[in-house]
Write a protein that binds this ligand. Structure first.
Ligand code: AMP
Length: 214
């Protein structure tokens, strides 16, 4: 199965992608995670992306398309994949179509997760990441903990620079102006499933699986 998880920052794409990845046994490909890993390792890409990400802006299309080309050519992507955070512009969507055609991979489903803006702002500003393993937690999940429940790192929780209030505002603006048009691109071409992202992650996940099986 080939899936694109689509939705505003903070709508729950990452959480859902992880759950689907372990259920369907296909890789979760998060461009945000790939970039954060490069920033952590201070690679050439990481140094280029760091400032852009901290400002809540988009990394240039050619860079992102290059990353996805490499990732989708790896053997584990041949059985299927879940894209999280890509494509984010119409140029990226078009390049992905061309790439999938070249790789003879068709039938991509787009899972469009929706939630209202107040809910999204609340979620983003109250979530924390582990600086060691990158896993994201809600405030409730880690209140009172001094070790990461995922990797055991001590005192490793932090508020991502791009989850700070002014950057959240910018990310949402860019989502509306540059990323939302991608949905129409897919609506005109194929299968878009729209899912209500409000509710606990299991409910949302069950709803996605139900729709995919229809
Ligand atoms: P995410 O974790 O998906 O919210 O991504 C974090 C940040 O990485 C975004 O705010 C962008 O700066 C950058 N990024 C991730 N994916 C893309 C993409 N497909 N195109 C451009 N920038 C991206």
């Amino acid at each position: 199965m080939r899936l694109i998880l689509f939705g505003a920052p903070g709508v729950g794409k990452g959480t859902q992608a992880k759950m689907l990845s372990s259920k369907l046994n296909i890789p979760h490909i998060s461009t945000g995670d790939i970039l954060r890993e490069s920033v952590k390792d201070q690679t050439v890409l990481g140094k280029k992306a760091q400032g852009i990400m901290n400002r809540g802006e988009l990394v240039p299309d050619d860079v992102m398309i290059g990353i996805i080309k490499i990732r989708l050519s790896k053997p584990d992507s041949q059985i299927g994949f879940i894209l999280d955070g890509f494509p984010r512009t119409e140029v990226q969507a078009q390049a992905l179509d061309d790439l999938l055609e070249e790789l003879k991979m068709n039938n991509v489903s787009v899972v469009n997760i929706v939630a209202d803006e107040t809910e999204i702002i609340n979620r983003l500003s109250s979530r924390r990441a582990c600086k060691e393993c990158g896993k994201i937690f809600t405030f409730d999940q880690i209140t009172g903990l001094d070790k990461c429940p995922n990797c055991g790192a001590e005192n490793s929780f932090y508020l991502r620079d791009d989850d700070k209030a002014d950057v959240i505002k910018k990310r949402l603006e860019i989502f509306k102006s540059s990323t939302l048009p991608v949905l129409n691109y897919y609506r005109n071409r194929g299968r878009v499933i729209t899912i209500n992202g409000i509710g606990n992650s299991k409910e949302v996940n069950d709803a996605i699986l139900r729709e995919l099986n229809n």
